[in-house]
Design a protein around this ligand. Structure first.
Ligand code: HEM
Length: 150
């Protein structure tokens, strides 16, 4: 049974196992999130958005749960946090082009560091680029609502 289809170098590829299984399970996502947060803790643009910038334990855990579940692992995010509704959950945070891009820099650095496999790297990169843009809630233009911090 084909469970994933993706594109690489102009070709359509299919896979019969989830990315979660192909990367070896939860440990990969724990390491990815650790690596991502190494970048976040040194990034003042992102750090000010967090409710507890000095203790990112929960933020790390929630992102790990979500990614493992999204890529075909156990439904641990839903069990602990409920329906992801990520766009709604990100509304309290100002995410303009700058924040989106800083987030992506750290995540794609982590992806490149942890994944030697071209196909997996491409799948993750395509997803994160699209999802980060989807979560952007400010255009970055002067016509944006004036109550956003700048
Ligand atoms: C691919 C894109 C992204 C994914 C998959 C993602 C995923 C998540 C998840 C699962 C949570 C935890 C939600 C909860 O449990 O209530 C979260 C929280 C958060 N995200 Fe994202 N996110 C993404 C992009 C972004 C971007 C672009 C920003 C802004 C730069 C951002 C900033 C935050 C902040 C500030 C929190 C709250 C953390 C806290 O204070 O605990 N996220 N994100």
């Amino acid at each position: 049974m084909i469970i994933q289809t993706f594109f690489l170098n102009g070709k359509t590829l299919t896979s019969t196992s989830s990315l979660f299984d192909r990367v070896g399970g939860i440990t990969f996502f724990e390491r990815l999130v650790d690596c991502f947060y190494e970048g976040v803790v040194g990034d003042p643009v992102l750090l000010v958005l967090y409710t507890e910038p000095t203790d990112l334990t929960k933020a790390r855990q929630h992102l790990t749960w979500f990614l493992a579940q999204y890529w075909g692992g156990p439904m641990i995010f839903n069990e602990n946090r409920g329906d992801p509704k990520l766009r709604m959950r990100h509304m309290p945070f100002h995410i303009g082009p700058l924040e989106r891009d800083r987030w992506l820099v750290h995540m794609l650095t982590a992806v490149n560091e942890l994944s030697q496999d071209d196909v997996i790297r491409t799948e993750l990169t395509n997803y994160f680029v699209k999802a980060a843009e989807h979560l952007r809630n400010d255009t970055g233009l002067p016509i944006s609502p004036s109550n956003y911090p700048r």
